[in-house]
Design a protein around this ligand. Sequence first.
Ligand SMILES: O=C(O)CCC(=O)C(=O)O
Length: 306
Amino acid sequence: MSLIADGLAENPAVLRGDFERDGYAVVRGAVPATLCAAATAAFDREVRPDRGYFMRHQSGELERHVFTEHGFMKYPIMNVQDLSEARFRGFRTAALAALTHEGVQRAVAAILGEPAKLIHTMYFDGNQTTWAHRDGSYIDAQSGGMIGLWLALEDIHAGAGRFFVVRRSHRHEVMGEQGADPNGPEYKALMAKFVAEGPLEVVAPALRQGDLILWTSRTIHGSLPTTEPGYSRKSFTGHYVGASRDYGWQVETSSSERTMLVNGMPVVLHGQRNARNMIHARFTRPLRAALRTRAPWLRRLRHSLK
Ligand SMILES: O=C(O)CCC(=O)C(=O)O
């Protein structure tokens, strides 16, 4: 396993070497505990009690919170940078401060070879048991090279459903994955089989508050099933590309180019896409459902008018 303890600033070449060889690396204590705690406290204060709609990673739709039996938000929020500043100011500010913190910037720049741009984010509280996947099947820098980063906001308990990577999978093809829909059951089954049956090692490092794990856009990763549901896995994910690079979606038709600067780092805003999804979740979907429900009544009415 690639472990870099504190010596990162002095030795970015070691980090880059480990990352390129294994497809991932761990950086200890990159973000101060106070900032991690501020983010989770702001989540509890502003976001957890909110009954509105949030963009979700699993469905790609705006949905209300679903809570686990222990009261953790089950499905992560996608793109915290797009949250309303008026309603979630404390959480959004702390989230972006953490994901653009100097310790994060140094780690991603060491790997990218240039300062980074943050293109996609997530916040985790409970565990959705994320299916094994390569990020590059969904989103990547043009011609590859995006980095994923998971920041532990608390000490992550072994039973909470730790983040895992498949070591050296970035250089390994999975038979049948080419052309499979990354949101479809075939892709997910192929990846799950590959994780379960090898031949590569699955690694789920113990991460403490403020630690990072970074991985390539081709490294297969996900989250282990939760075995002790009383533990949360509070964390952020950030996906970064070199600031001079464009990015693109494999699963979307267009990519936002709108950015804001946080701690000097460009952060991509996906708000318009959210607005479309909001209209869909609040109006189109319920209207379609209502029309479906009323269809027999409409049919009867039409029939009696004939
Ligand atoms: O922590 C998780 O559940 C998975 C996160 C992930 O897949 C990602 O950030 O790309």
